[in-house]
Ligand binder design. Structure first.
Ligand code: AMP
Length: 336
């Protein structure tokens, strides 16, 4: 870490502070893992809270400290007091305020210093201290480095479990291109702190309801191929969700199945969210196709080169039609 950043943070943490840690909305394992690891690291000398913009998947309730997470949607008054009194805010695993959704006004309205730790591209300029590196596998890997720089002796089993969970989730169990020898070394270090690798795998991947398996089946059978393009897409309608008792996190990983087909280099999943009036879109790709550029140009989104998201305010059918037209045009223009 840059010496100036290190000194600035050391100064900020030299006295007891009120600290609020924030993941992006609908936080995943990397977002919550990084928040909770920092929570355990900072809480013996500071008053620390984790405030999530909205509810997160119950699959992540095994993370040590998750019982302390405050969900803004469920506890607005308490959250607003925490923001009012905060000296320091860490925003973790996102780099544009829009991804904090309903917390973005509280962040901008706060007099606290803001520290961003994040591994996405093109960070917005809202933080006083920006620790941003899109070459990192995960925000958890960055939080490991952060803790290591300040006091590596404080890494304990709880911190290690939170960090390991975020790293395995964001690297697809150490197999995505963002995995480096350093990522693996950190994984190994965390195992030395007693992380239970098998238990984390079971909690993340083998902990679902039977109906979620049915939903996976229907999503896979819904996959369609765009004629003459190496692109597959599928969708989960509101009806599919009702029939299968859909819960937050149930569709995690479904989009990747499109990439399991020989010759396919882009897979897309549309999820209808009638209550929000949007279609949430997940993009995944392989090789040269940088799906974050496509997502930001056509679907108000972004993310990583091979894993991005976006939104559409059209209906599910209209969104699919727009996507087919856009991707044909985009691939013609850029990859012929
Ligand atoms: P998802 O498909 O929801 O798993 O998201 C994949 C990646 O895209 C994540 O790393 C997110 O950070 C990013 N992402 C998802 N939705 C959006 C969005 N609306 N705007 C920008 N980035 C997004």
């Amino acid at each position: 870490m840059d010496e100036e950043i290190l000194n600035n943070i050391n100064n900020l943490l030299s006295e007891k502070k009120n600290i609020v840690l924030i993941p992006h909305s609908s936080p995943d394992a990397d977002a919550l893992g990084s928040c909770l690891a920092l929570y355990h690291f900072l809480k013996d000398k500071n008053d620390v809270s984790v405030v999530s913009p909205n509810q997160y998947t119950e699959i992540l309730n095994f993370l040590p400290g998750s019982e302390e997470i405050i969900v803004y949607e469920n506890d607005k008054v308490k959250s607003e007091i925490l923001f009012r009194d905060a000296d320091l805010i860490f925003t973790l695993d996102f780099n544009s305020l829009g991804r904090a959704r309903n917390l973005s006004n509280l962040i901008t309205g706060s007099s606290a210093k803001i520290i961003m730790i994040d591994h996405h591209e093109n960070p917005d300029d809202y933080a006083n201290i920006m620790i941003s590196n899109s070459n990192m596998s995960s925000t958890c890997e960055m939080v490991y480095d952060f803790i290591y720089e300040f006091d590596n002796k404080k890494i304990n089993n709880k911190i290690a479990t939170c960090l390991y969970t975020g790293i395995v989730a964001d690297t697809g169990s150490f197999r995505f291109p963002s995995t480096t020898s350093k990522t693996l070394k950190i994984g190994s270090e965390l195992i030395n702190h007693g992380v239970n690798v098998t238990e984390i795998f079971e909690k993340l991947h083998n902990n679902f309801q039977f109906k979620r398996l049915k939903l996976l089946g229907s999503t896979i059978s819904n996959f369609k191929k765009i004629d003459e393009l190496p692109v597959l897409y599928s969708s989960i309608s509101e009806d599919d969700q009702i029939i299968n008792d859909f819960k937050k996190g149930d569709s995690e990983g479904f989009v990747n199945f499109g990439l399991s087909v020989e010759g396919i280099f882009c897979s897309v999943l549309f999820i209808e969210k009638k209550d929000e009036g949007i279609i949430k879109i997940s993009f995944r790709s392989k090789g040269d196709f940088k799906v974050n550029i496509f997502a930001s140009r056509y679907f108000n989104g972004g993310g990583h080169e091979h894993a991005s998201g976006g939104v559409s305010k059209l209906s599910l059918i209209e969104t699919e039609k727009k996507f087919i037209a856009d991707i044909k045009q985009y691939l013609n223009e850029n990859y012929e």
